[in-house]
Design a protein around this ligand. Structure first.
Ligand SMILES: [Zn+2]
Length: 476
């Protein structure tokens, strides 16, 4: 490569809002469910049906706008985007073109210790489409309208990102803000957060943007990073060969590791946008805006500052604990149940992180309750179980959210704290291992470790190693 190139990336991020009902009707937004069971005349586009706006959607969109430093459009409205596709029963999508609800925002990202802002051009509200289910055996396609009318916001960034790392940092930032707000669970694998990547390259030093392509179908952070690297290389190769980049939409195939053209600008449709005549304009009063602002929950940065102040735990731990709303919630709830912050942090930082990695899970997928973690910590604190047993029990808590007290009881895992019983076993171990006893008496401190191990084994792990150690020393 003879020239140096710079990658210019902008993102369009769709986020499904976590309202209980759809944007223009009372149908459930729950994920899954038998096909076409969360539907009514409105979300299946029946003639004569009329949309009624869900106020909660507006409130969540505003909450996201405020948290991303946007200006809120106080007089906004909906427009119809006309196109035909079988998953779109009305033949138009209700969206916002002329007056999006939020504009001119920004979020700060950090990559390799370098901070920068990524501008947000706008955030608009719209409805999701249904889903086509292709059945290759029957050579047919079926349509499921459960998702039709699920509320979405589309967050359109400025072309401010320059690398895959910056894109991931930006997406992660958005995801955390939105999760902390409770506005969405932002699951890329379930499609509640989806990103389209607009990418072009230009020679370093040039002001003008190159021709961009748009990439769709990116459903994990890993796929996004791979698609960006691949598209950057593809565009550089074209330019180096003296060819041109064509403005087009490309679909990324993550299994095959390449993208292919879906449609070029020439066959881009004219959506014939016009204001939706069935919906009244949305007027956002100062009072309403203040009400929403006052209800904004603690976001990550505020939480980090508070943890630093309230709990004696390292900054590194605070970073990890707050990197998922779910994890932060478990942390705080367990403390509220009386566990020491440092102990809770340890369980989350060590065993929880280990099991997440082992099961290839994200922290957002944690399914155990604070109550059961609190009980487990209590069992260790009162020496009812030892550390080794606790780790075993925690694996059960992690996987099935079992009640540790009940589990320990049922499986007879309680440590034997009856001194007489323990002393008897320790005496037996001493009698059975004269060599180690002699070694210890001759100054080999380490020999006691073997004797502790033998005692623990005889106790089937149900003893406190510290107590055993102490008792051995007394008896020797
Ligand atoms: Zn409906």
């Amino acid at each position: 490569m003879s020239k140096a190139y710079e990658t210019v990336i902008g993102l369009e991020v769709h986020v499904e809002l976590a309202t209980k009902t759809k944007i223009f009707c009372g149908c459930s937004t729950a994920f899954g469910g038998a096909p076409n069971t969360h539907t009514c005349p409105v979300c299946t586009g029946m003639p004569g049906s009329l949309p009624v706006l869900n106020k909660g959607v507006v409130e969540k969109a505003i909450a996201v706008g405020l948290a991303t430093n946007c200006t809120i459009t106080k007089n906004c409205k909906f427009d119809r985007k006309n196109y035909f596709y079988p998953d779109n029963p009305q033949n138009y999508q209700i969206s916002q073109l002329y007056y999006p609800i939020c504009r001119d925002g920004k979020v700060e990202i950090e990559v390799d210790g370098k901070k920068k802002f990524v501008g947000i051009h706008e955030i608009h509200m719209e409805e999701d489409a249904g889903k086509l289910v292709h059945d290759p055996y029957d050579d047919s396609s079926l349509v499921d309208f459960n998702r039709s009318g699920v509320p979405l916001i589309e967050i359109v960034s400025e072309p401010d990102m320059r690398s895959a790392e910056e894109v991931i940092a930006y997406l992660d930032k958005l995801r955390l803000i939105i999760q902390y707000l409770g506005a969405s669970d932002c699951k890329l694998n379930e499609g509640s957060m989806r990103a389209d990547v607009n990418l072009s390259i230009r020679e370093v030093g040039t002001e003008e943007f190159g021709t961009r392509t748009e990439m769709k179908n990116l459903n994990s952070f890993k796929a996004i990073a791979r698609a960006i690297e691949n598209e950057r290389e593809r565009q550089i190769d074209l330019l180096e060969e003296g060819k041109q980049v064509i403005q087009e939409t490309r679909r990324w195939d993550d299994t095959k590791g390449y993208s292919y053209a879906m449609r070029s600008k020439e066959d881009a449709q004219d959506y014939r946008y016009f204001p939706d005549p069935d919906l009244v304009p949305i007027i956002i009063s100062d009072e309403w805006l203040e009400e929403i602002r006052a209800k904004q929950p603690e976001l990550r940065a505020e939480k980090q500052a508070r943890y630093k102040e309230e709990y004696d735990i390292p900054e590194y731990d605070i970073d990890i604990l707050t990197s998922s709303k779910k994890m932060a919630d478990i942390f705080e709830e367990t403390i509220a149940l009386g566990a020491a912050p440092k102990k809770v942090s340890n369980w989350l930082m060590v065993e929880t992180m280990r099991l997440l990695k082992e099961h290839e899970m994200e922290a957002d997928e944690l399914a155990f309750s604070a109550a059961n973690l609190a009980k487990l910590i209590q069992l260790v604190e009162t020496k009812a179980i030892n550390g080794t047993v606790a780790k075993e029990v925690f694996e059960k808590v992690f996987a099935e959210d079992i009640d540790p007290e009940q589990y320990v009881e049922e499986h007879g895992l309680k440590s034997v704290n009856d001194e007489g019983a323990l002393r008897k076993v320790v005496e037996e171990v001493i009698a059975a291992n004269p060599q180690s006893v002699a070694d210890y008496r001759n100054g080999k401190e380490k020999a006691i470790g073997f004797l502790v191990g033998q005692t623990m084994k005889a106790m089937k792990g149900k003893a406190d190693p510290g107590t055993v150690n102490q008792m051995l020393k007394e008896l020797l």
